[in-house]
Design a protein around this ligand. Structure first.
Ligand SMILES: [Zn+2]
Length: 272
């Protein structure tokens, strides 16, 4: 499932191709749940002659700002990806929706597992989406002290806290395991027993791991592709995730996999 680095990369590579372009108001949709809550005709009407003015990411959402005050919000969930191509090109297998652009291209959403979603948001709805998520890991207001107060205020284990999108936004199973390995913290350690030193190290590890993954275009375990169709390479740099029984790069102890916070969790039982 795409996490912050993959969504950021998908958003950037989509934005590079369509910021400045206009939707022409044509839509071809073969799976209505992808555009939940909208009749394709209604969506088409709202997108006619509407320009994409910018892109950004919030949590695991791709946000395209439009010049009609609305925002197109897309969540890739497990297997969603965007493809921008000529309208004449053949439909792609598992293509769920295609939005026509005035320049003869189409923005297509391909999604094998069909959990991905695309919505048009009004400004209040955008506000609501923003408010539903916690701190961005690179937000300057997220200092170690702020993060410490977040961990102090819960009795949960740290892995569960890292996965909670209302605390930190954009971290999923892969980067939680990677950050905890780097910070040498056991995934089941109670969050409120972490010291400020631990938490400072963990925040640094989170940012380092995410930054490295963004540099490498995210991780591609199976399906993930950016909006040009390229795979990420961060999977080649995993230190804990997906390394069950392989020696820890720090101490040589075999990496263990067990279920923590309902997720398959990889960690070093010796040095974490
Ligand atoms: Zn180790």
């Amino acid at each position: 499932m795409p996490e912050l680095p993959e969504v950021e990369q998908a958003a950037r590579t989509l934005g590079e191709q369509i910021v400045g372009a206009c939707f022409d108001g044509t839509i071809r949709c073969s799976w209505l749940k992808t555009i939940e809550g909208y009749a394709p005709e209604l969506l088409a009407t709202q997108l006619a002659d509407v320009m994409v003015t910018g892109w950004r990411r919030r949590a695991k959402w791709i946000l395209l700002s439009l010049d009609n005050q609305m925002t197109m919000a897309a969540h890739l969930r497990m297997t969603g990806r965007f493809v921008v191509c000529g309208r004449d090109e053949a439909d792609i297998p598992q293509q769920r929706v295609a939005f026509g652009l005035c320049d003869g291209r189409e923005v297509r959403f391909v999604d094998q597992r069909k959990f991905g979603r695309i919505r048009l948001l009004t400004p209040p709805e955008l506000h609501q989406l923003e408010d539903a998520h916690g701190y961005e890991p690179f937000d300057v207001v997220l200092t170690a002290t702020v993060f410490f107060s977040l961990t102090q205020s819960t009795q949960r284990i740290i892995k569960a806290v890292l996965l909670d999108q209302t605390v930190l936004a954009g971290i999923g199973n892969i980067y939680a395991d990677e950050a905890l390995w780097r910070a040498q913290i056991h995934p089941q350690f109670p969050a409120n027993q972490l010291t400020l030193v631990h938490v400072t190290r963990l925040l640094d590890a989170i940012q380092t791991v995410l930054r490295q993954a963004m540099t490498n275009g995210g991780s591609t375990l199976r399906d993930y592709r950016d909006s040009y169709g390229a795979k990420g390479t961060q999977q080649d740099n995993f230190m804990a995730y997906d390394r069950t029984n392989q020696p820890c790069y720090r101490c040589g102890t075999p990496i263990v996999k067990m279920v923590v916070a309902q997720r398959g969790t990889h960690f070093c039982p010796q040095c974490q």
